[in-house]
Design a protein around this ligand. Structure first.
Ligand code: MG
Ligand code: MG
Length: 250
C-alpha cells in the first residue's frame, strides 16, 4: 500500500531531509585523498545526533554504521571503516535520517581529487537520469514512467542500470511501498497521486549491470570491477512539479 501523506507528515519528512542535506555539506567538505571513510561516517553521525535525530541506517537489519560509503566498484551499502580515499576514485555516500518518527534519504557521488573523463561522465549521466526521473514523479503519471526515463538516459549514454536494487516509498519507515526499479517499460504500475513520497535512486554502472555482494554481506559490488555511481532524492508527488525535499550537495 502506498501512503498518502498529510501536510504535517510531509513537513516532518522535509525536516528529516533537511538534516540529511546538512550532513552532506559536511561530507562534501571532507572528501579528499587520504581521508578514512570511517572518519567521514563519525562526523555524519555526530551531526545527525546533534540535531536530535537518528541515523536511520545504523542498526537497520544490523548495518553497523550511520552512512553507506561505497568506493569505485562498490555500488551501494559500503561499510565505512579503515578504507582510505585515493586520488582519482569516485565515492558514493548514502545518508538516511529519522526525526520525530519520519524519514529522509539521499545519496550523492563525489570525485576524490581529479578523476578520469569517463568517471566524470558516469556521474553526470547518473545525476541527469535522477533529475529527469524525478520530473516524471507527478500526479497522473504511472510509477514506471520514472523507471523508464532513467533507463533510457542511462542506456542511451552506454552505461547500465543496476536491477537488483531499487528506489522506494519513504515516510514512517525508511523503506515503504512502492519499489521503484530504475528500468522497465513506461505506463505501468500504480498511478501517482499527490501526497505520495518517493525516494528515487538510480545506481548506474560503467560496465555490466550485474552485481555481487561481498562476504561482509552488505557491500554490493559490480561483477566486472568497473565503477558505479549513485544519486538519490526524496520527493513528494504534487499536482504538477514534484516537491523535491533533498538537494544534491556537490
Ligand atoms: Mg533509499
Ligand atoms: Mg539512500
Amino acid at each position: 500500500m502506498i501512503h498518502i501523506r498529510s501536510k504535517r507528515e510531509i513537513e516532518l519528512i522535509r525536516n528529516s531531509c533537511k538534516i540529511v542535506v546538512e550532513a552532506f555539506e559536511i561530507v562534501r567538505d571532507m572528501i579528499r585523498p587520504g581521508v578514512e571513510t570511517g572518519v567521514i561516517d563519525k562526523e555524519v553521525e555526530k551531526y545527525i545526533t546533534s540535531k536530535g535525530a537518528r541515523p536511520a541506517f545504523k542498526g537497520y537489519n544490523g548495518f553497523p554504521a550511520s552512512s553507506c560509503i561505497s568506493v569505485e566498484d562498490e555500488v551501494v551499502h559500503g561499510i565505512p571503516g579503515k578504507r582510505i580515499l585515493r586520488e582519482g576514485e569516485i565515492v558514493s555516500v548514502d545518508i538516511g535520517v529519522e526525526c520525530e518518527g519520519f524519514f529522509g534519504d539521499s545519496a550523492n557521488t563525489y570525485a576524490v581529487g581529479e578523476i578520469s573523463p569517463e568517471k566524470k561522465r558516469l556521474m553526470k549521466v547518473t545525476l541527469n537520469a535522477l533529475n529527469e526521473g524525478v520530473k516524471q514523479a507527478k500526479a497522473g503519471k504511472r510509477l514506471s514512467d520514472i523507471s523508464n526515463t532513467i533507463q533510457n538516459i542511462v542506456e542511451g549514454a552506454g552505461f547500465s542500470v543496476v536491477r537488483d536494487l531499487v528506489g522506494h516509498g519513504i515516510g514512517r519507515k525508511l523503506h515503504e511501498d512502492p519499489q521503484i526499479p530504475n528500468y522497465g517499460a513506461p505506463n505501468s504500475g500504480p498511478r501517482l497521486r499527490p501526497g505520495m513520497v518517493l525516494a528515487i535512486e538510480p545506481m548506474v554502472n560503467l560496465g555490466t549491470h550485474k552485481v555481487n555482494t561481498r562476504s561482509d554481506n552488505w557491500t554490493v559490488i559490480t561483477k566486472d570491477g568497473l565503477p558505479s555511481a549513485h544519486f538519490e532524492h526524496t520527493a513528494v508527488i504534487t499536482q504538477d512539479w514534484p516537491d523535491i525535499l533533498t538537494t544534491i550537495v556537490n
